[in-house]
Design a binder for this molecule. Sequence first.
Ligand code: SAM
Length: 312
Amino acid sequence: MTRITITKSSDKEYLYHNVTMAPHQLVIASRLEDTGSDDDIVDPYLFDPSYTLAAATGKFDCQLLPNSEDWATRNNLGFSVWEGAVTLLSFLHSSDTPEAIEFRRRVLEAREKVLELGSGTGVGGIGVAALGGDVLMTDVESVCDITRNNVRRNQQSGANHGGSCSSRGSSTVDSHNWSNTVSIGLGTASVQTLDWSIPVSEQQKPHDPTSSSIIIAAEVAWLEELVPCFVQTLSDLLRPSPSQRAGTEKVCYWAYKERGTEASKIFTTMSHVMRIFHDLGCEVKEIWREPSREDPGKHVIVNIVRFLENSP
Ligand SMILES: C[S@@+](CC[C@H](N)C(=O)[O-])C[C@H]1O[C@@H](n2cnc3c(N)ncnc32)[C@H](O)[C@@H]1O
């Protein structure tokens, strides 16, 4: 597997992650926080109902150590392009495992549309779009603006399809594709709110997320408090749905990075997440594991998740 590479640059406001995924070059920006300053930076979404610490991690950058638990308790801080997303995108792009080959067959050849959960700054969804996927990227409302801005940053010039259906830059309308998309590389991306604390059945407009059979998610189950609602949402999305393309199997490619220990109060553990998946009728199979480049002794794991047919 060839790992995508990232170099960083910045201006006063943003940190830019310059992503090389040959032959594609992407830019993922996140707002810079001056953590050394005494001046409080007020996030315009601070009083938004969907604002949580968990959501703030989707869009800000700082220089604190990810292993230290107290960093997560500080308001507005987090890492904007997470290691699990880089591993997941590298895996989907170039791994020769059967599961990665099947992902590319379904997404790039059969052109099944992709749903991303907890997109954050969006390297996963934007990267899959560049490869040729039709991706609906989702997050809480307070994060979707930065996701949208990054989608626009990577838009092919002259290829904005806002307001009309698009299919890889052609005028063909395929009912299996998301609408109102922006062309990125060989594919398209669109952004919509999908909050795990709200039932999926109440969040089906304009796009119906249950119509996708391929879901991707990176670093979405790391805070203990987030796990139950994330797992519930994913298991609901993985259940067979009348709107999914006929003959397709619903699966989620989910990247998890080890962060917590059994003693952690903030970070969850893989065994805890697995228990909740199991209780909700899902099977989780590990398909890739590699040592973390950021945290010695920890691993980044890619799993495939399915809803078991005989589950209630
Ligand atoms: C650790 S970040 C990972 C972001 C991105 N997937 C990546 O790996 O770079 C977790 C993401 O989950 C999102 N999130 C947190 N709570 C959520 C909720 N209730 N519903 C939907 N997304 C949520 C956050 O906004 C954030 O973007």
